[in-house]
Design a protein around this ligand. Structure first.
Ligand code: IPM
Ligand code: MG
Length: 356
């Protein structure tokens, strides 16, 4: 029997609750498809700070590096907000991404027919929207040196090397080849030198993908176009910070930030993580939406283990239970037959998989 080792990092806030549902679903699907999943639970973020005094303990990175994939919930919370930057929970996640070389963050934003009315945007604008945000994840202003916070002055550095832009551009073009064959590079080339380099490199890479068209869009315009006419986008290729911001925006087109999964790949081991944060305000109330986490588990099966059928089945089950009207609170404003807890949604999805 095939067997995969997963490093599970529950993290903080709603992280533990949503990971429990992802594991419930994974166990059902692995039974059905006859592969074995082994979970090793490790600490990161605030949970690790409490035990080890640091957000990414060495053993967590070690186990992650030896695993076939990392399944990660969410980190952060008010308790750790005032720590020095390198001790904050978020620094643990950034170190993990860097340590695993996970430079390519794929964030699919798909509007489910069943939820087209759940968004704050008019349904006719949203129907059939299917965007893939390809976010560079281990470079740019998140990691650039020098950086410093002084008393009266603070600075960060946005820096990109050609090879970093080239490899993420290739990921975007390859993804586009399997979709509608259009890449939109989102940047700020009218102001930033880094963006000028992005355009040059993307243009060069484009020559190897003659079946894919490449367009350029300034990030301020892209933020507006995403709301005005999201259907114009297929693959959005962008640097780290812009991708962080635009993917949150894209999630609201889909109805809730609780719906968007992501795959952070390209390195030795991939991280599969929802795009949302730890939502400490709703933690431990059983109301968090586990769907982004469960869909992230599906991406893990697809990208890390090549278990495509199992991944498809999870995605199908999510659609089916939404069609049947099961909703968490965040998406309950339309067509809800039953408002469910985090645990109930996980169980509905898992039962659906068993039936399908
Ligand atoms: C995300 C998050 C992270 C990021 C934070 C928690 C560091 O917002 O995954 O989008 O900025 O990358
Ligand atoms: Mg973010």
């Amino acid at each position: 029997m095939k067997s995969y080792n997963i490093c599970v990092i529950k993290g903080d806030g709603i992280g533990p609750e949503i990971i429990d549902e992802a594991i419930k679903v994974l166990d059902t699907v692995s039974n059905k498809f006859n592969f074995e999943l082994n979970y090793e639970h490790m600490l990161m973020g605030g949970a690790a700070i409490e035990v080890f005094g640091e957000p990414l303990p060495e053993q967590t990175l070690e186990v992650a590096l030896k695993s076939d994939a990392v399944l990660f919930g969410a980190i952060g919370g008010p308790k750790w907000d005032n720590l020095e930057r390198h001790l904050r929970p978020e620094s643990g996640l950034l170190k993990l991404r860097k340590g695993l070389g996970a430079f390519a963050n794929l964030r699919p934003a798909i509007v489910f027919d069943e939820l087209v009315e759940a968004s704050t945007i008019k349904p006719e604008i949203l129907k059939d929207v299917d965007i893939m945000v390809v976010r560079e994840l281990t470079g740019g202003i998140y990691f650039g040196e020098p950086r410093e916070l002084l008393e009266d002055r603070a600075y960060n550095t946005m820096v990109y090397d050609k090879f970093e832009i080239e490899r993420i551009s290739r990921v975007a073009f390859e993804v586009a080849q399997k979709r509608d064959k259009k890449v939109t590079l989102v940047d700020k080339a009218n102001v930033l030198e880094t963006s000028q380099l992005w355009r040059e490199v993307a243009n060069e890479v484009a020559k190897d993908y003659s079946d894919v068209s490449l367009e350029f869009m300034y990030v301020d315009n892209a933020a507006m176009q995403l709301i005005r006419y999201p259907k114009q986008f297929d693959v959005i290729l962008t640097e780290n910070l812009f991708g962080d911001i635009l993917s949150d925006e894209a999630s609201m087109i889909c109805g809730s930030i609780g719906l968007l999964p992501s795959a952070s790949i390209g390195g030795k081991v991939g991280i599969f993580e929802p795009i949302h944060g730890s939502a400490p305000d709703i933690a431990k109330q059983g109301i968090a939406n586990p769907i982004a986490m469960i869909l992230s588990a599906a991406l893990m099966l697809r990208y890390a283990f090549d278990e495509n059928e199992a991944a498809n089945l999870i995605e199908q089950a999510v659609r089916e239970i939404l069609k049947e009207g099961y909703r968490t609170k965040d998406i309950a404003n339309f067509n809800a037959k039953e408002i469910c807890s985090t645990d109930e949604i996980g169980t509905h999805i898992s039962d659906k998989i068993a039936q399908l």
